[in-house]
Design a protein around this ligand. Structure first.
Ligand code: ATP
Length: 795
């Protein structure tokens, strides 16, 4: 059918001589029938020409059918057949001005751009089988820094699967492809004929599924993990080692080139390459703000709407994961920018309702989960309706960015980092910062509660055994890191392949990531890579898993975690609320007294140790540290309460203990002072509330009571709170300082200071502490407490 149409057009504008039309592509249309020729004659000649052409085509069609039938004889005959068709088409298409214009107008620009993109990469750098259409039309370019994730809707299939042979039309428009005989000319759209990195096994069927999702709307794109790649600059060490850059980023595409080793004489000239396409790729000059706004800003917005969001960095050791997540003082990373953004958004919306923000920070180190804000015993993971939770994990209620920054800094100081051969400040654990935002507002007579959870994860880096120290603590850590990352890969594979059983329980990390990978969650993966050809293997591995991860579909997240509660308005409920508030006030007062007593005890201990330095003070039970692991032993040595000290060194050790205790006392004093202030504030708020209630009640008796009077009762609020806290997600303000029993001791190491990405802790262990420290602003917090601070529910 298209051939017939072309023939007609050709005949119409080029003249009726079919033979001439077929003759030469350069043959100009014969003018002899144009001017002066009688119309009728022209029409009949025209008709005759068409007939001729139709006959020729029918003949060709017959030939083609015969040749197909006799496919055994295929070789030469088929080639000849194709040649004849091509020659016919060529002649026609060349004469066909419309077709030419269309090609120039639509595809031409794309072809040019694609050509430009390729021109940046040496032709030899691309594997033959990978030369399939890599770049789709660049309509969905990398967005500017203030673009939203939605802009990165899953690209069309051919775009996603740069490594999959795509449309024949595309193949024709890319000059490089002409050099590739392996590309089938026939339109074999859904067949993943050549995948560059197929280490993961058979996934052909999944391509289609992923493509179906990706080719669709932005809505569909939201249901899968978005994958971004970030290339870090070449390090000094790498430059000194004479390494070459093996990664090139062009828009969303990452080109990886493998250079043969200089000693490999057989393959000296051979250069191999790989090509991947992601939701976005960040070249080395990309700023932290750009990375944040492209990858995470939308997630933060989603969390405020009551949706869960996760960002995790994945990559080899030294690839820049921690830099991306935490950053430096000058260039804060995603974690810091997300927190700042969250608080500024909450502040902007404070008039809409009450927001409460709670956060926790934990690490998975050698398959044990630890609370980074209240270091102590390892935490156990348990599953409940809300997902996997670490039992006993401290949830801190935060009121300002500064407060979070301090907590983050404290947590980072407690995080295990050690120098390895690859990275001076290598993270030896996976760190997870979780921020829970609860929003509560009155909608008419109902209380609307929304809860969103943002998880920001800095994974430890995968590493080759050779890259780290052998048979040391580092190698044990490395093995554990690799094991948990392997478990993560298995989960990714199982999810991509649509298996029923996903092996989340194979590691603590995957247990904790269960929600993010397979639950209702907006998930973003940032794959960090190094440009050095010395890290080619690691980079290839990272890109492979990132490529795989983009096929993971998460559950639909159209419904926010929202709850609507009716407000009862009876007088009895008001009375109940009054009683409950009074009761809570007395509980808070008791807590305050207990804290003061605790402080006095510690002060007394400190005094005792000061007066008798020769006597080693018996550490109180709540500050003792178990010393079952090597890491704990390290700390115990610092605390001096785990091993006996030689006599010669005893006075010095005692002095150190005294100093240690004094430091603890100071920290506790500061904490108690802070708690005191908060308790007083809470008491004040509640007193005001009670007073207000009493006034209202009194006025109610005086006035004529109307049926439509409604009030926010504490009972109703309690119900909501109970529901949430039962799920282990949020705790009431009075729980703010609850933490596992032996936590107080570890606070010794919470000293804030050190402004470099890595500071040497007093125990010699390298720790990170590079979150921006801002002078804490005094005065009331911008965030109000849920349920108490606002009393605008009264009508
Ligand atoms: N985008 C970047 N710009 C500038 N420097 C960077 C960038 N990414 C990483 N670096 C630097 O590279 C070094 C290693 O980075 P980083 O510690 O973040 O790696 P990592 O992937 O977290 O490693 P590990 O898994 O061992 O913890 C650091 O000195 C860091 O400052």
């Amino acid at each position: 059918m298209p051939v017939a149409t072309r023939s007609r057009i050709t005949a119409a504008c080029g003249g009726g001589d079919g033979a001439q039309a077929r003759g030469s592509a350069s043959a100009a249309p014969a003018p002899r029938h144009d001017a002066g020729a009688p119309r009728e004659g022209a029409a009949s000649h025209h008709h005759h020409g068409l007939k001729e052409k139709m006959r020729a085509l029918t003949l060709l069609y017959e030939q083609h059918k015969q040749q197909l039938a006799a496919s055994q004889a295929g070789g030469a005959a088929a080639r000849q057949h194709r040649r004849s068709i091509r020659s016919l088409n060529a002649a026609e298409v060349v004469n066909d001005e419309n077709a030419k214009n269309a090609e120039e107008g639509e595809g031409g620009e794309v072809a040019m751009r694609r050509h430009d993109a390729f021109a940046l990469v040496p032709e030899t750098a691309v594997l033959r089988e990978n030369v399939a259409p890599p770049a789709p039309p660049l309509a969905r370019r990398v967005p500017s820094k203030d673009s939203h994730v939605v802009v990165f809707a899953r690209p069309a299939e051919s775009q996603e699967k740069g490594n999959v042979v795509g449309r024949a039309g595309n193949a024709m428009s890319c000059p490089i492809k002409k050099a590739v005989p392996a590309i089938p000319v026939l339109p074999v759209l859904p067949v993943p004929a050549a995948r560059k990195l197929s280490l993961g096994g058979a996934v052909g069927g999944k391509f289609k599924a992923a493509g179906e999702v990706g080719a669709g709307s932005a809505e569909a794109a939201e249901n899968r993990i978005l994958v971004f790649v970030r290339l870090r600059p070449m390090s000094r060490k790498e430059k000194e080692a004479g390494s070459r850059s093996c990664v090139k980023i062009v828009n969303k595409e990452v080109y990886l080139t493998e250079y043969a080793s200089e000693n490999d004489y057989l393959r000296l000239k051979r250069v191999r390459g790989r090509h991947f396409c992601f939701d976005s790729a960040f070249p080395d000059p990309t700023t932290q703000a750009e990375v944040y706004s492209t990858s995470t800003a939308d997630l933060v917005e989603g969390v405020l709407q009551g949706r869960n969001g996760t960002v995790f960095c994945y990559g080899a050791t030294g690839a820049g994961k921690t830099y991306t997540m935490l950053g430096t003082m000058e260039n804060p990373g995603v974690m810091v920018l997300a927190i700042k953004d969250l608080f500024s958004k909450v502040r902007q919306r404070s008039h809409d309702g009450n927001h409460s923000i709670q956060l926790s920070y934990l690490e998975v180190y050698n398959e044990t989960v630890r609370d980074l804000l209240s270091p102590g015993r390892p935490l156990h993971l348990r599953e409940d309706k809300q997902g996997t939770v670490a039992a006993g994990l401290t949830q801190y209620r935060a009121y300002s960015t500064d407060e979070v920054m301090k907590l983050l800094q404290q947590g980072n100081k407690n995080r295990t980092t050690e120098p390895t051969r690859v990275n001076e400040t290598s993270s030896r654990s996976h760190a997870i910062l979780q921020v829970v935002v609860e929003y509560r507002s009155m909608d008419g007579v109902n209380i609307v509660t929304r809860v969103g959870k943002l998880s920001l994860i800095d994974l430890a880096g995968s590493e080759r055994a050779l890259a780290t120290d052998q048979r040391t603590q580092r190698s044990i850590e490395g093995a554990n890191i690799n094991r948990s990352l392997l478990a993560l890969s298995s989960c990714i594979n199982a999810l991509v392949e649509g298996k029923k059983h996903i092996p989340y329980r194979n590691s603590k990390l995957t247990q904790l990531l269960k929600d993010s990978l397979g639950g209702s969650c907006n998930t973003v993966m940032i794959a960090n890579i190094s440009p050095s050809n010395l890290s080619f293997g690691e980079t290839q591995n990272t890109l492979h898993w990132a490529d795989r991860a983009k096929e993971i579909k998460t559950k639909a997240i159209t419904i926010a975690n929202e709850e609507v509660l009716n407000v009862p308005d009876s007088e009895t409920d008001q009375a109940k609320l009054l009683l409950e508030l009074q009761k809570e006030n007395s509980v808070l007062r008791e807590q305050l007294v207990k804290q003061q007593q605790k402080l006095l005890t510690v002060q007394a201990q400190s005094l005792a140790s000061n007066t008798s330095p020769q006597q080693s003070p018996a550490p109180s039970s709540h500050i003792s540290t178990p010393c079952s692991t090597q890491r704990k032993v390290k700390r115990s040595i610092m605390a001096g309460n785990c091993f006996s000290t030689p006599d010669s060194k005893r006075p010095a050790a005692d002095n150190a203990q005294v100093r240690e205790l004094q430091r603890k006392v100071k920290t506790l004093e500061a904490d108690i002072e802070k708690m005191k202030k908060e308790h007083i504030l809470q008491l004040k708020q509640k007193d005001e509330f009670i007073r207000d209630l009493i006034n209202r009640k009194a006025s109610n008796y005086c006035e004529e009571a109307t049926g439509d009077r409604r009030v926010v009762t504490r009972a109703s609020l309690r119900k909501a709170q109970k529901d949430v806290s039962a799920a282990g997600e949020l705790k009431s303000p009075s729980h703010r300082f609850t933490s596992p029993a032996p936590t107080a001791k570890k606070r010794t190491f919470w000293d804030i200071g050190g402004n470099s990405p890595s500071v040497l802790a007093s125990n010699g262990r390298k720790t990170r502490s590079h979150v921006a420290t801002e002078t804490p602003k005094k005065g009331p917090s911008m965030l109000l407490q849920p349920g108490f601070a606002r009393q605008r529910a009264f009508h």
